[in-house]
Ligand binder design. Sequence first.
Ligand code: ADP
Length: 456
Amino acid sequence: MKMSLKIFLSMCFCAIASVLIALTILLAQNYDINIKNENKKTTADFNNIVNNLENDYYKYDFNDKELLKVYNDYYSQNNLKFTYINNGKIEYSASEKVDEYITGDILETDSSKFLSKVISVEDATYLLVSTAFKSNEEIKIVCIKDISYINKNQIETRNFGILIAIAMAFCSATLAYVLSNSLTQSLKDITIASEKISQNDYDIKLKESNTEFGKVAVAFNKMSEDIRNRTEDLVKENESKQAFMDNLSHEMNTPLTTIKGYSEYLERANVSPEEQVKYLQYIQQESTRIRDIYKKLLLLSYKRESDLEILKQDFRPIINTIETVANEKVKEKNIKLTFNNSIETLECDKTLVQIAVLNLINNAMNVSEDNSQIIVNCYEAEKKIIEVIDFGIGISEENIEKILEPFYRVDKARSRENGGAGLGLSICKNIMEMHKGEIKIESKLGEGSKFILIFP
Ligand code: ADP
């Protein structure tokens, strides 16, 4: 059953039940009050009448039923009748149908008290009030008053109350239905939105407001946005893992195919000793390439913090080692390598920093003309910075964004010639992440590049 219908029906039931219970209590109370008032009034009237009767008792022969009839006729205009009992025997009956109720308790009265009881005879209700003559306690007078009007009033009031109960139940249930519908609408919206999100549709937005549901909508929309971002991140991560694997298998496959081809050729063909040397050199070159890729992959996966040795240490010996190794390399191209260092200490893993900076210098050398210049600046400006500047071919804006990705090479043939597999800069990036730092690139095509390592 729909929630709004459930609320509608339960509100109907509750409203009708509560109004009927209240009505029943009110009617019962009202009935008691009416009976009490009637009793009081009748007793007061009856007191006077009995006094008169008692006076007349001595004046007239009271056994004369005519006198009692006169009394009855007179007071019956006021809806009062009297039954006269002498020594427990009804001598004059005002109403025969009531006579059978004039027994027991009601006759236990005396002149000092008025006893009363309410009886129902056929469709009528009567109030009986009894007392006795002061001069003769054996003579009891029972006053009979028809109070059926109280019952009729009760029935009218009850019917009216039932009508009001139904009207109230209908109004409150309709109101509850409208309200519950608007509440359940919000729940329906959330259900639809959840279903869409489960189907990777994040475009749905719930209406935000300051109400309770509006606040739920704010939280829901934020959650949906977070899920969208995380899903997109996961997809990207997955794609880049897949691309990494594709590139890796390609990079490994090329030298392996070459090695296989040359070794098969050497085995089969009638090859001269000079050619043998040449082909063996090729095989060696490709084997070295595979070993380099393997080493670089190891570095790339070198991520566990427990493997790191990040210590605050004297930076000068680190940069001196880099300078010595780099100078050896640039010799062949006669490149001028300038080092400017003002950093005294650096919190780092010495070996990793050397690998990163030498990688950058190596790249700079590969893209620089003979006799050109490479500058390495190390200084402190809020953070500790190592810059490697070259005046080589430069990098286009489009490529700047990509060259940090593993296996990405701008000029594949040239890079391969230099023994590169497109892993050097990814390794630098990885090393800087391990140091909680970053790598930035500034470059202009044809003018040169600046690679900046920023330490925290
Ligand atoms: P590789 O090991 O093949 O050199 P890297 O990740 O170090 O790979 O570099 C990726 C690509 O970025 C290189 O193929 C090269 O084309 C380009 N690159 C790197 N350094 C420079 C530089 N200083 N100037 C211009 N291009 C560069």
